[in-house]
Design a protein around this ligand. Structure first.
Ligand code: PRP
Length: 183
């Protein structure tokens, strides 16, 4: 979906489809260089990471493996609870593997901080994080995100995998949800 199709639901565009494609190409080149000959395992965190994973991996020129986890840290509202539950675990053992977690957004950092140490505790050789968006002002815990697409203000963003109540994930861009949609 493009901007015209969502009308006044979105009040501001944060990253256009073109800006996202350029950023993904830049991140893919960095990941390619860093993981050359390392057989990197990309772990996508459902559901928000689907677009980032699909575009990043196709822009890469290195063989990769892909796995998925689903964790829950939010309800249908806009606030982080800090509670992380595994809804779907990895399919394979990651002992000795170089793992790159792929995420749509780091907000409070609670999910990624928990996930990173969880994957380390399984014996991964390395665990790094790639996130399309990061909200530095929302951070509640320090989490080292090696690959960041865009640092953004503390606003409610949707699109390119990010939802509000399961809607807007299929926007081709990322935008700020208009306040009248949730207040
Ligand atoms: C989002 C996002 C991260 C998490 C980040 O997922 O994909 O997993 O929240 O928030 P935090 O930094 O405050 O912990 P969400 O729980 O909304 O699920 P979804 O990916 O299925 O939309």
């Amino acid at each position: 979906m493009d901007l015209a199709a969502v009308g006044t639901d979105v009040e501001k565009v944060i990253a256009t489809e073109e800006q996202l494609a350029a950023k993904i190409a830049e991140l893919a080149a960095r990941v390619d260089a860093d993981y050359k000959d390392k057989n990197v395992l990309l772990v996508g965190v459902l559901k928000g990471a689907i677009m980032a994973m699909a575009d990043l991996t196709r822009a890469m020129q290195t063989h990769i493996e892909m796995d998925w986890m689903a964790v829950s840290s939010y309800g249908s509202g806009t606030k982080s609870s800090g509670v992380v539950r595994i809804l779907k675990d990895l399919d394979r053992d990651i002992t000795g593997r170089h793992v790159l977690i792929v995420e749509d957004i780091v907000d409070t950092g609670l999910t990624l901080s928990w996930l990173k140490s969880n994957l380390f505790s399984r014996g991964a050789a390395s665990v790094e994080i790639l996130a399309i968006l990061r909200k530095p002002e929302a951070a509640k815990v320090e989490v080292d995100v090696k690959y960041v697409g865009f640092d953004i203000p503390k606003e409610f963003v949707v699109g390119y995998g990010l939802d509000f109540d399961e809607k807007y994930r299929n926007l081709s861009f990322i935008g700020v949800l208009a306040k009248h949609m949730y207040s």
